[in-house]
Structures are given as C-alpha cells and as structure tokens.
Design a protein around this ligand. Structure first.
Ligand code: FES
Length: 154
C-alpha cells in the first residue's frame, strides 16, 4: 500500500479519537484493521499525530501479540500447543496444516489467505486439540479434519 495512503488512514483514525493519547491502543487496533498490519510509516504517523515518541509507540506494538509489524493473512490460524492440546496430538494438526498450506508456523501463505501461528492455551483444554481461526474455535481437531475446515475460509 502506498505510504501516503497509510498516512491518510492513520490521520482519519486519529481524528476519530480526537488525538487522544490515552487511546493509543485503540488507535493501533483500528489502524491495523484498516491496513492489515502496522507498517513503519503508519507508526510514524501515529507518533507524529499523537505527539508520542516513536519508541513508545513501538514498545506498545511489540508488547501486544495482537499487533503485527509485518503483513498477515486474512485468516489467522492459532493452533494451541498448551500441554492439554499437545498430549492429544496438536503437533500432528500443525504438521497437517503446514502441509496443506505449504508454509511453516509463523508464515503467511503467498496469497495472504492464511497466517499460521501457535499459542499456549486458549482456555478450552477439555476440547483439545484446539485450533482458533479468526474468531472461530474448532475443538477436538485431528489432521483429517484440517482440509474440510480450511475450505470455509476465503
Ligand atoms: S492447552 Fe489447549 S486449550 Fe488449554
């Protein structure tokens, strides 16, 4: 996305929050929703627009896992690798997803349809192995369910 376009989007978001410094997290969240991730020029524009040092903005972005400094796929897949899910075969589910999508954990598919990541417990241990795609929780996952489930995400 052209840099000026990013800056224009950031300006609109900042305006929505009336340049309120205390709304930094909301502003970052909305900016990421608009652009898809948080590129450096957007962080620069947030720093300038709110008159907050770049280092502070950067610190907040790197502290919260929900923020990303690199492009992410439209559908974020989080496979739970917490103990309960791990003992029920979560690693085999990850292997299958990697195979289906042709990527490794931490990567995006070339068409930015998916990003694959792992997490440690999503709070539904009894239903493990758990896979969360976007807002959807898929419990009792097995490698042979992967293909069918991924088909539902464009
Ligand atoms: S360990 Fe996977 S949901 Fe808790």
């Amino acid at each position: 996305m052209p840099q000026n376009e990013n800056k224009t989007k950031v300006k609109e978001v900042i305006k929505k929050y009336r340049k309120d410094k205390s709304a930094l997290i909301d502003i970052l969240h909305d900016t990421q929703a608009e652009i898809g991730y948080l590129p450096k020029d957007a962080l620069d524009a947030i720093s300038d627009g709110l008159d907050i040092p770049f280092s502070k903005v950067y610190c907040v972005v790197t502290f919260f896992k929900a923020f990303s400094l690199t492009p992410r796929g439209r559908n974020l897949i989080n496979v739970c690798m917490g103990t309960a899910c791990h003992v029920r075969g979560a690693d085999k589910v990850v292997d299958q997803i990697e195979k289906e999508l042709g990527i490794k954990t931490g990567e995006n598919t070339a068409d930015l349809r998916f990003t694959l990541e792992t997490v440690n417990c999503v709070g539904a241990c009894a239903l493990g192995p758990m896979v969360v795609i976007g807002e959807d929780y898929h419990g009792e996952m097995t490698p042979d369910k992967v293909s069918e489930i991924l088909k539902n995400y464009k």
